[in-house]
Ligand binder design. Structure first.
Ligand code: GLC
Length: 529
């Protein structure tokens, strides 16, 4: 029976943060031609698709997530012709390309916002969210910006406040206005026409806010040290019911193109609420609403097993699962779990049922790089310093090769926009390609196994159990009867294994160190049973 699964179900996605992947012109910032020269790394690794964070023209207040022109390439990243070349080169290697689509807000330098703020009577006034001050002249209500401070900024010229879920330089679009909706859906068409294979849709849970502007209730669990944005519960600023209809409209646009274009949604939501983003009968939504729950679940076998079971049970009929262990907004995996458990986490990510997304650098175990206060780039850390919210540590440049100046990331004389990690002379792609015991070798082996074993890519999952540090589950491919068992030791104790547990296909440890009777701390095994 031919396998009917789509590429975004079978495949593995790799996220490139373009500023930090590869610089080609010596300005210390990565760019599109740089990505092109590194495509063979992705092929060698064995991933199927590359998602590229925003590279559109932008004042870079939020490093590209403040888009000033949805249909171009910022000069720091190259040109539209560079993009077309990159897309063709990726396709020539069998790699799909997924763009980052930022619908919730634009840059304050976007011509739409420039017009909108020009006067209250400007035809584009209603493209953004403008409100009169409260009676005391302050912001219209208590809504807070994700990046600290009020979510409203006063425009002195027109005497009204604009709403921004993020920075003041990222005004929220008004998706209740049909003209906004058409203009933004056209952005999808622009890139689909150029041949992209899908989109990762940014911050979709923020797309709508309560029209009546009701105040958000206080969060009684907030305490100093947590993000100031969490002082309120975002009952009226997040996950509003209107969003599903817009997601369905985005899906209709992508579905009107041939070739299985994929839509992935970024929504940090509890499992039950996330499921709505798959859409409803007759109105499908995202193919993959990002499942971030591994990022917030304690690294304990019981907790992870419980998460897997709850997530699988919550999926709507036909809903395809997915798993994420890191991205440009979160601390590095190896810094959260340590290098040994990061290997176990890699095995988990690549043997679970559902599409995995790998963040650049995880394949060599990159760690968070401490950034001195005077070198901070991230606007979040600048606005809310000292709480550890800053995202720079997870965004430092890729170390490619110890033999090249600046690890091969940029020219010898250039100043990288964020410093290379201090371990780049030992932790880099070239060194790990030569070392069969490296993190890179493990990722490559896991990706090869996932490709070779339909049980891993499209099979069912069963017998999920977590106890005493050990997490286990099975993956089954009914058409061939293949049955794999995955055993992961998340704990510190060695676990005794049952006799006759199966034949080892892959271990997170060098094969010589594995023993069929014992599972050491931080060891993971894939067995045929
Ligand atoms: C998403 C992005 C993040 C960005 C924010 C605002 O969460 O991943 O990097 O700052 O949206 O666009």
């Amino acid at each position: 029976m031919p396998d009917t699964h789509a590429w975004w179900q079978r495949g593995v996605i790799y996220q490139v943060y373009p500023r930090s992947f590869q610089d080609s012109d010596g300005d210390g910032v990565g760019d599109l031609p740089g990505i092109l020269t590194r495509l063979d790394h992705l092929v060698a690794l064995g991933v199927d698709a590359v998602w590229i964070s925003p590279f559109y023209p932008s004042p870079m207040a939020d490093f590209g997530y403040d888009v000033a022109d949805h249909r171009g390439v910022d000069p720091v990243f190259g040109t539209l012709a560079d993009f077309d070349r990159l897309l063709a080169a990726a396709h020539a290697r069998g790699l799909r390309v997924i763009l980052d689509y930022v619908p919730n807000h634009t840059s304050d330098c976007h011509p739409w916002f420039q017009e909108s703020r020009a006067s209250r009577r400007n035809p584009k006034r209603d493209w953004y969210i403008w409100r009169d001050p409260a009676p005391d002249g302050g912001p219209p209500n208590n809504w807070l910006s994700e990046f600290g401070g009020p979510a409203w900024t006063l425009d002195p010229t027109t005497g009204q406040y604009w709403y921004h879920a993020y920075l003041p330089q990222q005004p929220d679009l008004n998706w209740r206005n049909p003209a906004v909706r058409e203009a933004m859906l056209d952005v999808l068409r622009f890139w689909l026409d150029r041949g992209v294979d899908g989109f990762r849709v940014d911050a979709i849970h923020h797309l709508f806010e309560d029209e009546r502007l009701r105040a958000n209730p206080p969060n009684l669990d907030w305490r100093p040290g947590l993000s100031p944005a969490r002082r309120v519960i975002r009952a009226h600023t997040m996950d509003q019911p209107e969003v599903q209809e817009v997601v369905a409209a985005m899906r209709r646009v992508t579905d009107s193109y041939p070739g299985n274009r994929a839509l992935i949604g970024e929504a940090y939501l509890p499992i039950e609420r996330l499921m709505a983003y798959y859409g409803a009968d007759g109105a499908p939504g995202f193919h993959l609403p990002f499942n971030f729950h591994l990022l917030s679940t304690p690294w304990e076998a019981e907790a992870v097993a419980d998460l897997i079971r709850r997530y699988e049970a919550a999926l709507p009929p036909g809903g395809w699962p997915n798993w994420v262990l890191g991205n440009h907004d979160r601390a590095r995996l190896a810094s959260r779990l340590g290098q040994a458990q990061a290997r176990v986490a890699a095995m988990l990510l690549l043997t679970l049922r559902g599409t995995p997304t790998i963040y650049q650098g995880e394949e060599i175990g990159m760690e968070d790089v401490p950034i001195p206060p005077d070198s901070v780039q991230d606007p979040w850390e600048r606005r809310v310093p000292g709480l550890g919210l800053g995202r720079d540590p997870a965004r430092t440049p890729m170390p490619w090769d110890a033999a090249a100046p600046q690890a091969g990331f940029t020219a010898a004389a250039a100043l990288p926009w964020l410093p290379l990690g201090p371990d780049w002379t030992t932790r880099n792609v070239a060194a790990q390609q030569r070392d069969p015991g490296s993190m890179f070798a493990l990722y490559r082996a896991l990706l090869a196994l996932r490709r070779a074993e339909p049980a891993l890519s499209v099979g069912a999952i069963a017998a999920v159990a977590g106890e005493g540090g050990m997490l286990c589950y099975e993956r089954l491919h009914a058409p061939t009867g293949r049955r794999l068992r995955i055993l992961l030791n998340l704990g510190l104790e060695t676990q005794r294994l049952e006799d006759g547990g199966g034949r080892v296909l892959l271990s997170t440890l060098p094969v010589a160190e594995t023993n069929p009777r014992w599972l050491r701390s931080a060891e993971g095994l894939v067995l045929v049973v």
